[in-house]
Design a protein around this ligand. Structure first.
Ligand SMILES: [Mn+2]
Length: 264
């Protein structure tokens, strides 16, 4: 699907993409894989809208849908009791889905972007295998969203937004086989990587609603991407959460544009 601003949305690539294609990162759109869960369709649409609207570079938004991945044979693991979303594990297919080429991003669907994705892409350093916000965080809640179990573990929330250096040799470990068989600890704590291969991104790019705070007169604490990690206004229980107004405004903006597009 080609959008009016030249940005594209493509279906998931097939598993046999290979690495023969010539990589030209300057011209190719930046691939952003967004975790998709049927219970949070609207969150996905609003997240996508918030990225596209503010981006000054070409981006390609690709939903990670478990049902599609199962059909294409890339995902086969049984759903475990600690998986609060359908993309708990499938997110780690990001380098594979990008054919192990260039940099690509994974992000949960419960994010709202307030800044240009170019600013984030400009932070990329090729010496790292991945880059993410390195939260030091233990949530107080024991349940999240619609009652799914909240689990506590080291590096909690690090995997919710990750820039992957898909061409980095260490990330070759992330084959479909690894993603389908490895433990949650191995994957979510990035245990296939030494610590110095994990780059750090300012927390404002994964600003945890209900945890991180804006400090008056300190622009370095102003969120560039809000993460409604406890559940956002698309759930009845969280319709009055912090920054709910920003998400609801964005939803209205998305609805208006969707209506305009369907009228054309
Ligand atoms: Mn999340």
């Amino acid at each position: 699907m080609v959008l009016s601003n030249g940005k594209t949305e493509a279906p998931l690539p097939s598993s046999n993409g290979g690495g023969a294609e010539i990589d030209n990162n300057e011209k190719k759109p930046f691939k952003i894989f967004v975790g998709y869960d049927p219970r949070e369709d609207l969150a996905y649409e609003v997240c996508r809208h918030s990225i596209l609207k503010r981006s000054s570079i070409p981006v390609e938004i690709i939903p990670i849908k478990q049902s599609d991945l199962r059909k294409s044979g890339l995902y086969w693991r049984e759903r475990g009791q600690f998986e609060s979303t359908e993309f708990s594990f499938s997110r780690f297919l990001t380098p594979c889905l990008a054919n192990y080429q260039g940099w690509a991003m994974f992000v949960d669907c419960d994010f709202l972007y307030l800044a240009d994705i170019k600013e984030l892409k400009d932070l990329i350093e090729d010496k790292y295998a991945i880059m993410c916000v390195q939260h030091d965080y233990a949530p107080k809640e024991t349940t999240k969203m619609d009652g799914a179990v909240q689990t506590v573990y080291p590096r909690k929330n690090w995997s919710s937004m990750v820039l992957y250096n898909c061409a980095h040799p260490k990330n070759r470990v992330l084959t479909p086989d690894t993603v389908n068989t490895q433990t949650g600890a191995f994957l979510h704590r990035f245990q296939w990587l030494e610590d110095d291969l994990i780059g750090s991104i300012p927390f404002v790019w994964n600003f945890l609603e209900g945890h991180n705070r804006v400090v008056d007169n300190d622009p370095t604490t102003s969120p560039k991407a809000i993460h409604y990690t406890r559940g956002g206004p698309w759930f009845e229980a969280w319709k009055n959460c912090e920054f709910a107004d920003l998400w609801l405004n964005e939803m209205e903006d998305y609805m208006k544009q969707a209506k305009k597009e369907s009228a054309n």
